[in-house]
Design a protein around this ligand. Structure first.
Ligand code: SAM
Ligand code: SF4
Length: 338
């Protein structure tokens, strides 16, 4: 299916073709992870949030424009009401422009949804788990329940979903568990990716500087227990992967603060309010909600998307700066979805 004006793919000024869209379908969440949200978050009023139909229209247009991979994230995507309706409809584009539909989730709702996700065409999930210790899990997520997440993980595995675990490396919190997590993932057949804490959004008392742990240190520590061989596995994202000889699994590292991965960036991010961020680390954005709601004519929307892509910056510049008290980027991760 082709909409008027979509024949030419999206290519930015640095010759990068945009083939990957991450969509934050809600800013709400059933957890309050300390690095992501303040406990007393104020969420967006409903009128500002795109309806599922509006999100679907936008996603379809991006697929028409050459996006081959869609990742739904949030907030927690699976807490949005009727989310399966959107997932099922987007799943119909697999093989019709779309190669893959994936989801990043905290896993809390997977017992309920795992099989429906497979039926909709989803094959892979990223599930965020920072610790295997129930008390620590509670402390990090504030509202989360590790047993529930583990049950969800089990349901997802049983349903045949391929799972990658995302673990944020937190100094003094889970840095004694990296080896355990890698072994556990090896045993369970999951890949694992470690993520550095990024300075996004005001999150209250916990100072991010105290949480920050460079992944070079994580990797150094893992090398004491495992043989890591650099892998040519690539997902088009910022992660660098290593094969773990001892477990047969793979471990990835996402190091936005210490490495530049922007040259190959093929992605843009859409928030649940219809704001398009061309770069996770920059404030510049384009409002797609106004053109979306102004007209049923997709050409208006395509023009707005194309204009936004001409503004995709060369790269980001995250810094955790001791002299600066606030975050480098003011919005929360739950807005753009990571
Ligand atoms: N709720 C889902 C989840 O937790 O997987 C999806 C949204 S969450 C914002 C996406 C990813 O961003 C999670 O893996 C989470 O750990 C990570 N994240 C959140 N805030 C972060 C921060 N300040 N720095 C680095 N990663 C962060
Ligand atoms: Fe929710 Fe995910 Fe943010 Fe945790 S990281 S508060 S689960 S959106």
């Amino acid at each position: 299916m082709e909409t008027a004006g979509t024949a030419v793919p999206l290519v930015d000024p640095y010759e990068r073709t945009i083939t990957y869209l991450r969509v934050s379908v809600t800013d709400r969440c059933d957890f309050r992870c300390v690095y992501c949200m303040a406990e007393d978050m104020t969420f967006l009023p409903k009128a500002e949030v795109l309806s599922l139909e509006e999100l679907e229209r936008l996603c379809n247009l991006f697929v028409d424009l050459g996006v081959r991979k869609l990742r739904l994230t949030g907030g927690e995507p699976l807490v949005r009401r009727n989310i399966m309706h959107l997932i099922r409809n987007l799943g119909r584009r697999i093989g019709d422009g779309l190669d893959e539909l994936t989801i990043t989730t905290n896993g809390s709702q997977l017992s309920r949804y795992a099989e429906q996700l497979v039926d909709a065409g989803v094959r892979r999930l990223n599930i965020s788990i920072d610790t295997l210790d129930a008390a620590k899990f509670k402390a990090i997520t504030r509202w989360g329940d590790l047993d529930k997440v583990k049950a969800g993980l089990k349901a997802a595995t049983a349903a045949g979903l391929h799972i990658k675990i995302n673990t944020v490396a937190l100094k003094g919190v889970n840095d004694d568990e990296f080896e355990t997590l890698v072994r556990w993932c090896g045993d369970e057949g999951h890949d694992i990716t470690f993520i550095e804490v990024m300075p996004m959004g005001e999150i209250g008392a916990e100072a991010r500087l105290d949480q920050y742990l460079p992944l070079s240190m994580v990797r150094g520590r893992l090398k004491e227990s495992f043989t890591l061989t650099e892998s040519d596995h690539r997902t088009g994202g910022p992660a660098r992967y290593f094969d773990v000889a001892e477990t047969g699994g793979r471990v990835g590292f996402i190091t936005p603060l210490t490495h530049n991965f922007c040259e190959l960036c093929n992605r843009v991010r859409l928030t649940c309010t219809g704001t398009l961020y061309m770069c996770l680390g920059q404030e510049d954005a384009a409002d797609l909600r106004a053109p979306l709601r102004a007209s049923d004519d997709d050409r208006v929307l395509v023009a707005a998307i194309r204009e936004a892509i001409t503004r995709k910056p060369k790269g980001h510049d995250f810094v955790i700066d001791r002299r600066r008290s606030g975050p480098a980027v003011g919005r929360h991760m739950s807005v753009t979805g990571g």
